[in-house]
Design a protein around this ligand. Sequence first.
Ligand code: PPS
Ligand code: MG
Ligand code: MG
Ligand code: MG
Length: 344
Amino acid sequence: MAYAVERKVAELAVIRACRLTNAVATSHKLGTLTKSDQSPVTVADLGAQAMINHAVRQCFPRDAIVAEEDAKALRSDADLAQRVWTLIQTCYSEETNAEESSTIGRLSSVSEMLDALDSGDSKGGPVGRIWALDPIDGTKGFIRGGQYAVCLALIDNAQVKVGVIGCPNLPVDPANPDGDKGILLSAVAGNGVYSVPFKPETGQVSADRVSVSMRDIASTAEASFCESVEAGHSSHDDNAKIAQILGITKPSVRMDSQAKYASIARGDGDIYLRLPVSDTYQEKIWDHAAGNVIVKEAGGDVTDIFGKQLDFGIGRTLQNNKGVIAARKSIMPEVLAAVAKVRL
Ligand SMILES: Nc1ncnc2c1ncn2[C@@H]1O[C@H](COP(=O)(O)OS(=O)(=O)O)[C@@H](OP(=O)(O)O)[C@H]1O
Ligand SMILES: [Mg+2]
Ligand SMILES: [Mg+2]
Ligand SMILES: [Mg+2]
């Protein structure tokens, strides 16, 4: 299968990062900083990005990386850098799968960690292989103890070919929200998507790997929405109007991060609506690349509010698109028509 090695590397790197983020979450020492755009970042985002960028660079040295974070804060604060370094060392020492370090390697010094963090600064673009990394998507959810996701995708000549999403807080069985948590979704374009439970504390992956597909619903009236928690990221009011047009009566499920794409892919919900609230905000490719191929391989489609495919080949943002709509292919025309009625 094409991209089998890339998928394997992405899965190992994402699972390892989930171990680190989970350790930070359970320690309650998040080390939260505020970035220049006023959004939060924690030591877990930084540690996860350094480890994943290093894994990608070690396995695929010629590929480019577009990642959310950088080493700026750590270069001006040696104590903070040391703190992230200690987290990474602890995470490495708790490896339970020997394949992990033999395949994706380990960082060997603080300066290597800083350089790895900064190696996600590619401008992106239409040509060649570009990895898109969000080390913690839904940082606000992570801080709240809610949903967040570690998301890694490979874009090849502007098409998303591989997508892996680790959701340490997503219930293994959606019908049992208080049961075991930890789900990994993994897709290769043209080869389907599967879901596998893992233990966030140890990174141990279950043998119960199942292929997933979106729920088959006869009409949109049976559907339920998955939407952002933050009303500033997606309009809840417009979603409610669209729900009315589509005859949807079930309450929306609100959760942070690309766990929304994961949830609709495995049939916990049916429609992901991200309707822009601001005229100027440009969606980032790392917030959507992995989820895009995962939903498509599960039988869905993903477009912007005009029904256009998302363009991952023009840089670090989706500046050719406005908003995001994802749903099972068969109901997409109806959903887009309802969106047009409310928004266009
Ligand atoms: N104004 C605005 N509009 C749309 N999106 C924005 C906006 N500001 C930030 N972001 C990005 O939202 C990412 C988190 O998206 P979510 O869907 O998880 O949002 S929410 O937290 O559930 O509300 C979040 O990703 P992380 O920073 O990785 O958490 C941001 O990249
Ligand atoms: Mg994000
Ligand atoms: Mg993030
Ligand atoms: Mg962020």
